[in-house]
Design a protein around this ligand. Structure first.
Ligand SMILES: Nc1ncnc2c1ncn2[C@@H]1O[C@H](COP(=O)(O)OP(=O)(O)OP(=O)(O)O)[C@@H](O)[C@H]1O
Ligand SMILES: [Mg+2]
Length: 451
């Protein structure tokens, strides 16, 4: 940024200091404005934007530290320099801990101020460049909001982009929390139907009868309690995309209904006689192994072929660990905005731990764990202890695989104990579904009394 574009606000109650500072800085080519006290400075911060705030520590009324505190909220991108007399250097050090860029001791020397300003502006420029670079990189590694630098996922992006432009039914496979819904939304956004609605329905959450009317709607009086004619998801998704989540969980009767609807491209409301045309792109998803379900007789093979026109399988997070740093950065950036905290990142030990963990709940679990870390962390760097993940002691050498399992076992046990063995809440905290958690409890033979 050029000096003329760098706006500086000088805050000091002494007119002579204010005026001479402003004169020096203007001579150096900066754009300077002045405020004679803390109250006015805060008022100005609400309406304008400054790159640098030069603030006197001791002022009557609202003092420098209070201005600094407000600046952190109102002008988070601004650098604050505190000015102080010798007697209060301790407070200036405190100011730095509170997020000030640096402090200057009065009486000020013009050369000292100039060189500090040069240094600061260079740093701000570098940070800005860094942000732009990161943004460009992120774009390269994303399909709408879905981020990944893994080759496997990049290949999925290519197919998904091509498929988005077609009208084909798409099947998305992947473990719980791998981003199936996010990918479905990205495909919708990328399609010609993007101005239409994206309607998601979770097939696992409802009983057979409820799901039937949820999907196809019902006429008034179709069954007890059907007081009004109601539109189903197929109708609501008109002109857009219908996302049939957890399709592996629907009953065989509904599978047959669905097969007919997909073949004939029309359906009837429950209790209705008028056929309604399907005008929605269908994207189905499941975390189940449908081939196995077909072999076991719980999923219709003909429906499988009908929905499996284009299949996209998202690999689990543990098979694309290169995505972990990318996702950590992405989630922390969002958490900074949501929590108002200044999170700079995770420590090297934390990253090691995140890289060696197995992530049974995939990206959702990573997101949940970072959210928890952002709440618990005191400083700007997230340490292993802030995450509540078990430390990876002794997971080197031949025992590697064994101890990873042990790590998962201990982690699940801890989360269960933390949530009084409430399966729903524990599953949520782990970022996995309840069924998966039940399987793990059984697999690891976990018991409530074990602590
Ligand atoms: N690659 C990614 N980039 C950014 N965010 C992601 C990515 N993958 C998943 N997420 C986020 O993780 C969370 C879980 O993703 P999503 O709900 O799409 O998973 P899912 O596969 O549908 O899970 P489930 O099978 O449990 O329904 C969401 O908050 C989503 O935004
Ligand atoms: Mg989902």
């Amino acid at each position: 940024m050029t000096k003329q574009k760098t706006r500086i606000l000088v805050v000091d109650d002494e007119e002579i200091v204010r005026e001479s500072l402003a004169a020096w800085l203007q001579e150096d080519g900066y754009r300077v404005e002045m405020a004679p006290g803390g109250e006015i400075a805060i008022e100005r911060m609400r309406s304008g934007q400054w790159a640098v705030l030069l603030v006197d520590l001791k002022m009557p009324g609202v003092d420098g530290l209070q201005v600094l505190e407000e600046a952190r909220k109102l002008q988070p991108d601004a650098s604050v320099i505190i000015m102080t007399a010798y007697a209060t250097v301790d407070t200036a050090v405190k100011a730095i801990k509170m997020g000030a860029y640096d402090y200057l001791v009065k009486p000020l020397r013009p050369e000292e101020l100039s060189s500090m300003m040069e240094r600061l502006i260079t740093q701000q420029d570098m940070m800005r460049e860094n942000i732009l670079l990161k943004r460009a990189l992120k774009q390269q590694y994303s399909f709408r909001d879905f981020l990944s630098k893994s080759d496997k996922v990049q290949a999925i992006f290519d197919v998904a982009k091509a498929a988005a432009g077609s009208a084909s039914t798409i099947l998305i496979l992947g473990e719980s929390g791998t981003g199936k819904e996010l990918l479905a939304r990205a495909i919708h956004e990328e399609s010609r139907r993007k101005s239409g609605p994206f309607v998601a329905v979770s097939c696992a959450a409802l009983t057979e009868t409820l799901l039937e009317s949820e999907l196809f709607g019902h006429e008034k009086g179709a069954f007890t309690g059907a007081a009004f004619r109601t539109k189903g998801k197929f109708e609501l998704a008109r002109g857009g995309t219908l996302f049939l989540d957890e399709i592996g969980d629907i009953s065989t009767k509904l599978q047959l209904d669905l097969l007919r609807v997909l073949e004939e491209r029309r359906f009837y409301r429950v209790g209705g006689t008028e056929p309604i045309d399907v005008d929605a792109r269908i994207i189905a998803a499941t975390n189940r192994d449908l081939r196995k379900a077909i072999d076991g007789g719980t999923f219709r093979e003909d429906l499988y072929y009908r929905i499996n026109v284009i299949a996209l399988t998202i690999p689990p997070l543990r098979e694309r660990k290169e995505d972990i740093p990318l996702l950590v950065e992405h989630f922390l950036e969002r958490l900074c905005i949501e929590t108002g905290k200044r999170l700079e990142g995770v420590s090297a030990e934390t990253m090691d731990l995140l890289m060696s963990y197995r992530w049974p709940g995939n990206v959702r679990e990573l997101k949940n764990i970072l959210e928890r870390g952002a709440v618990l962390v005191r400083g700007p760097i997230i340490e292993p202890a802030d995450l509540g993940l078990p430390l990876s002691e002794g997971d080197e050498g031949q025992e590697g695989a064994e101890s990873l399992r042990e790590m998962e076992r201990r982690h699940i046990l801890k989360v269960l104990n933390d949530h009084d063995w409430n399966i729903t809440r524990s599953a949520q905290a782990l970022g996995i579904d309840r069924v998966t958690l039940y399987h793990k409890v059984k697999k690891y033979n976990l018991k409530e009394e074990e602590c």
